[in-house]
Ligand binder design. Structure first.
Ligand code: MRU
Length: 472
């Protein structure tokens, strides 16, 4: 693997009523179902797009190297768990959901290599790989969420059972065993046949032996995590766009686009959808020092989509807001505490304060895999500190005078009180509090039932929503 280079440092829209229902799922209230457009990419494209941040191809993980975008759109081939951990640490792949997905594929390669090394002892040997992946970056909880999910899959494997207690049969003829893992309705089987073929065919069949080569099942789980993330982003796009009355301009910070996820993006997913619906006319992208994710990645993504984007220095947001015309600030998240406090790229907290001061609404778009239910509030979120040299340099050139120190916390925490809406694939939490956040834990069927009440009895809507908010 290559070593890490210096980062290239180089009148408001109408605001919806602040008293509206705290948790809502406009339109369809079920979590996203997998459709063909939710499938992870299966082949290496000649010309990568932002939706090719991660490609599993012929037993290796290809990462679109985000250190060099947009100057160069090159893939870096990763063939081990150690290389995956290094790529996460070095920002080859970044953005909370993308980090989690990369780690999941890292576990697949770890299992393959450890099984080859010792078909009996691999479950013990792989623990070191899981630890190495977990140590790659500290703040994005999606990393730990994905590793935990892979760990559960491993535990089921070593117990000789699949997730639903069926004997594990890894055989192309029985590829249907993956369907339960992919949470797909029977009528969607055709849509995912490419995925199952890839999973079972490419990696070869195991003749139905319990406890044999773990790779195919773990790969199916990693691909499911990848596909579900894309589906969640599409759903968040619809939900988030529904909040924007527009047409208006918006500000975004860092990169919460396809590159930061399995595909489509969180904050940029909302922006893509809202732009397509005519609700967003213009995006102002903060440059996002010191790694310049805004300049290099967000601008690249939006330009490719034909969405008008204007870059600005991070410090320029306040005067822009004062001029008027900005309806929303829309950002992603690296970790959301149980009370709705949000850790995201350094500078997000300042933007939220500015937005509140100027009467501009503040939206966080993040999948539920970004919520850390074990952390009561944002004070417990670990904030990554990176090399001060990243701040002292710009475009690889040292600019700060010799002997001067720099601080480089790369995330900050925005208190829930400054957030107008957290948009997840399971619904929107307006003006988040711990109680309103818990509504996201309501089983989908129960939520559907309550949402059904809502539709059939408009006068009972408040009661239904309160019921949703109070469950958990
Ligand atoms: O340091 P990075 O580039 O990994 O930080 C990324 C962010 O802060 C994103 O806003 C966040 O991960 C959300 S990505 C959908």
């Amino acid at each position: 693997m290559e070593t890490r280079p210096e980062p290239m440092s180089t009148p408001l829209s109408s605001s919806p009523d602040r008293d509206q229902a705290p948790v809502s799922t406009p339109g369809q209230s079920s979590p996203a179902r997998l459709e063909p457009q939710h499938l992870p990419p299966q082949a290496l494209p000649a010309e990568p797009t932002p939706d090719h941040a991660l490609v599993w191809h012929e037993g290796r993980l290809f990462l679109l190297d985000q250190r060099y975008l947009p100057a160069r759109a090159d893939f870096l081939a990763i063939d081990s768990a150690a290389a995956t951990a290094r790529a996460i640490k070095d920002m080859v792949v970044r953005g909370a959901p993308a980090i989690g997905i990369a780690a999941a594929y890292g576990v697949v390669m770890a299992a393959r290599d450890r099984f080859r090394q010792d078909p009996q002892a691999w479950p013990d040997l792989i623990q070191a790989d899981l630890d190495e992946l977990a140590a790659s970056r500290p703040t994005a909880v999606n990393l730990f969420w994905a590793l935990e999910r892979m760990r559960r899959c491993l535990a089921e494997l070593t117990a000789g059972l699949s997730a639903k207690g069926r004997p594990l049969v890894v055989n192309p003829e029985h590829a249907g065993v993956y369907l339960d893992k992919l949470n797909v309705e029977p009528e969607k089987v055709v849509a995912i046949s490419g995925l199952t073929d890839a999973v079972s065919g490419r990696l070869g069949a195991d003749p139905g032996q319990v406890g044999a080569d773990p790779t195919p099942v773990l790969l199916a789980e990693a691909m499911a995590i990848h596909a579900e993330d894309i589906a969640a982003n599409r759903r968040m796009g619809q939900l988030g766009a529904s909040l924007i009355q527009g047409p208006t301009a918006v500000i975004t910070h860092c990169n919460a686009g396809a590159l930061a996820t399995g595909g489509f993006g969180t904050a940029l997913g909302v922006i893509r959808q809202a732009h397509a619906e005519g609700r967003i006319t213009q995006v102002y992208a903060d440059e996002t020092r010191p790694w310049l994710q805004g300049t290099r990645l967000t601008a690249w993504e939006l330009a490719q989509d034909g969405i008008p984007v204007t870059l600005q220095a991070d410090g320029a947001a306040a005067s822009l807001m004062a001029q008027g015309g900005i309806g929303w600030v829309i950002v992603g998240a690296d970790r959301i505490a149980a009370n709705g406090d949000v850790a995201n790229k350094i500078g997000t907290y300042g933007l939220a304060i500015l937005a509140r001061h100027h009467g501009i609404r503040f939206m966080v778009a993040a999948p539920t895999s970004t919520i850390d239910w074990g952390i009561a509030d944002g004070s417990a979120i670990p904030i990554e500190e990176r090399d001060p040299g990243e701040v002292l340099a710009c475009g690889g050139n040292r600019l700060g005078p010799a002997g001067v120190s720099a601080r480089n916390p790369v995330f900050d925490v925005t208190p829930a009180a400054l957030v107008d809406a957290i948009v997840t694939e399971r619904g929107i939490v307006e003006r988040p509090t711990a109680e309103r956040m818990r509504a996201l834990l309501v089983p989908v069927e129960e939520k559907d039932r309550l949402a059904g009440n809502l539709v059939s009895d408009p006068s009972g809507s408040t009661a239904a929503m309160q019921a949703i908010a109070s469950i958990g």
